[in-house]
Ligand binder design. Structure first.
Ligand SMILES: [Zn+2]
Length: 679
């Protein structure tokens, strides 16, 4: 991955040149059309400031318009049958939340849980979950005070001023609920809340979490503005921005580039969840006044993060603050799901396919890896080289505690327990988006069905595929009657040689890193669109010259035999299978690999297997790689973790063996960055 030097970053921020292409977050930047027709892509249209707020290049379909199929359907069902669908039945901070009239935590936890479960319930069309969520929304709206404030304010703050972050979050959740249900009472409640926020912010400017997460307040503010056209809402949005943290100023400084020292100091600026959320700040701010610097900053921010803290999963470390590139530092689950939501927002607002490339990389690697395959337990921190997950008093996190990488109900701290739910359902809800000219864009790929209207004609589009474990996508377009519209297909930056075949015709090539535009009159019957995205292996050089194997959007890891041990006396309640677990390796993990980054195909072969009932589990891995390696006896456990890899090419006199790798997302313990061996 190329990086700019810091002077060049700052020049580009100041100069307003799009930096996305230059930093190569995988693709040439702006959406471009490819193919014979040569018509401009979505970004070829100038943003049209619609009554003061620029339209996004692509607009997510209303919640509930996209249904999962195939492996994604199984994954969402696993989630609903796991912690997500049951947390409110037994975990006090949601079950007895002050938001619901109880006496437990009353700030961010219940709204976090609902923010994911609203999307899960309506994406799955699960009546039971929808009923639960609706009851809780009723409780919140009924308890709203006459002045518009809701939430258990007095009880949770005493005499201190109230940090409005949790209200930003609740509003962001409630507008999703409104979008899914059309319940006008909820829209009015959010509008009243926003009025009250504005009044309060005149007396008490944003501070702490509200200040660092100011842009989260814009999500609901824009949603209500687009439905009411009330100009005061844009004044409120500007006030949030004016009172909020200036991230470009932070990223122009040097402090952001150094890892937080192990067992070092916690800082707001380098807090990993703030960082993941703030990736979208430029996109949201850009909609207000279309400043070039806002358009360019997210790519600059991400390239700085990649360069100094980046991981092969597409994430950056933070355990709990940005922690450098070493693959044994941790990445918090909250930052994974927030990064995904930021990337979904960036892909929509700017219509640039590279953002969706990155979204898939995070979604298909970092997200599933950090859950027990049944989604009844999760980690706080995942490691790219994670050979054991134990309660480890010798852990070398920056500020997190000894149990941060065990799989459990609430290891280290309960934020991830409440915030983890949005990952999969919001990905599903952003797979397809509407184009400004009544068409549809395939933004990210997973088996799904989208319903939308083009020129008032209802259209269903289905995608059957085992992507990302396969290279082929079978799309079927079925309008109720014949209609002309564009179908935009994202061609990932890695997909050289991609092709598409419409209605059994001749294959057409598509250019990598573009949105390929198919504009035609779609007949009333089904029309097939067959897409092939060739996945060539890549061997990338990482921290201390270690190497990693990638192919398409997937990263590959040495999967280990595992021993799971239940720890602590956390007796499952109500017969539910939650709990805390340590995982230890039951096979050798200390291998170096014989691979050449210059000719990655030499010595690497891939084999397809059926995608399992649990798609992201060691036994369910839908593809495996074989490679040659040798054990490295001097690579040992240090501080309870895999030792740090020494720089440079390495050698080993152990016998050459064939080693099997599986997708990172399918592993629970693993090695992903390997010492590179002399051939
Ligand atoms: Zn968290």
């Amino acid at each position: 991955m190329k990086s700019l030097d810091r002077r060049e970053f700052l020049t580009r921020v100041a100069g307003g040149t799009s930096a996305l292409a230059a930093v190569g977050i995988h693709a040439p930047g702006r959406a471009e059309a490819s193919g014979a027709r040569g018509t401009p892509g979505v970004d070829g249209r100038a943003a049209r400031p619609a009554a003061g707020l620029a339209d996004p290049a692509l607009r997510p379909l209303p919640l509930g318009s996209i249904r999962p199929r195939g492996w994604l359907g199984r994954q969402l069902r696993i989630q609903a049958d796991g912690l997500s669908g049951h947390l409110d039945e037994f975990w006090p901070d949601v079950a007895s939340s002050q938001w619901f009239g109880g006496d437990a935590e009353g700030w961010e936890r219940a709204p976090y849980w609902m923010d994911g479960v609203v999307a899960l319930a309506w994406t799955l069309d699960d009546e039971g979950l929808k009923g639960k969520v609706s009851e809780h929304v009723d409780q919140i709206v009924r308890a709203q005070r006459a002045d518009g404030r809701y939430g258990p304010v007095a009880a949770s703050t005493g005499s201190r001023p109230y940090d409005v972050w949790a209200v930003f979050l609740a509003n962001k959740m409630l507008v999703q609920y409104h979008e899914a249900t059309g319940d006008d009472r909820v829209l009015r409640a959010v509008e009243a809340s926003l009025r009250e926020l504005g009044t309060g912010m005149e007396d008490t400017p944003l501070f702490d979490w509200g200040k660092y997460r100011w842009f989260e307040g814009l999500v609901a503010t824009y949603y209500v503005y687009e439905r009411t056209g009330e100009p005061w809402l844009l004044d409120l949005a500007r006030m949030m921005r004016d009172q909020g943290t200036d991230y470009p100023a932070i990223y122009a400084g040097e402090s952001i580039t150094s890892p937080t020292p192990r067992r070092g100091r916690w800082t707001w600026d380098k807090h990993v969840v703030n960082t993941a959320m703030a990736l979208k700040a430029g996109a949201l701010s850009w909609r207000l006044d279309q400043q070039h610097a806002d358009r360019d900053f997210p790519a600059l921010m991400l390239s700085i993060l990649d360069r100094y803290h980046g991981q092969v999963t597409g994430m950056f470390t933070g355990d709990e603050c940005l922690a450098g590139r070493n693959p044994i530092q941790g990445t918090e689950l909250c930052s994974v799901v927030e990064c995904m939501y930021s990337l979904e927002t960036l892909a929509a607002v700017f219509g640039e396919p590279a953002w969706a490339d990155r979204l898939e990389r995070v979604a298909f690697n970092a997200l599933p890896a950090t859950f027990k395959p049944d989604m009844w337990a999760h980690q706080y921190d995942q490691q790219v080289n994670q050979v054991q997950c134990t309660i480890n008093p010798d852990a070398m996190w920056t500020t997190n505690g000894p149990d941060s990488n065990i799989y459990g109900l609430a290891p280290n701290y309960g934020c991830c327990t409440s915030n983890m739910h949005q990952g999969w359902p919001k990905l599903a809800a952003h797979l397809w988006m509407a184009t400004p000219d009544d068409g549809l864009a395939a933004v990210a790929y997973a088996p799904s069905e989208a319903s939308f209207r083009s020129h008032d004609v209802p259209v269903k589009v289905t995608l059957d595929t085992d992507y990302p474990f396969r290279e082929t996508l079978d799309i079927e377009v079925r309008p109720e009657r014949a209609v002309t519209f564009p179908l935009l297909l994202r061609v990932p930056g890695w997909a050289d040689g991609a092709s598409v075949r419409v209605a059994g015709g001749a294959p057409e090539t598509m250019r990598a890193g573009t949105l390929h535009r198919l504009e035609r009159r779609w007949g009333a019957g089904p029309t097939t669109v067959e897409v092939r995205l060739p996945m060539r292996p890549r061997v990338t050089v990482r921290y201390n010259d270690a190497i990693a194997v990638e192919r398409g959007p997937l990263v590959y890891s040495l999967g280990l035999d595992e021993t799971w041990t239940r720890v602590r006396a956390d007796a499952p309640q109500r017969g539910l299978p939650h709990g805390d677990f340590e995982v230890r390796p039951a096979s050798d993990w200390n291998y170096g690999l014989v691979l050449d980054p210059e000719s990655p195909e030499d010595g690497l072969s891939f084999e397809e297997r059926p995608v399992g009932e649990r798609p992201f589990s060691p036994e369910g891995a839908g593809v495996r790689a074989r490679v040659r390696g040798r054990k490295m006896p001097d690579w040992k456990i240090e501080h309870g973790w895999a030792g740090e890899i020494a720089p440079g090419r390495r050698s080993s006199t152990e016998p050459l063996e064939e080693v099997e790798l599986i997708p990172y997302g399918c592993t629970n313990v693993r090695v992903t960055e390997f010492p590179r061996l002399e051939a």
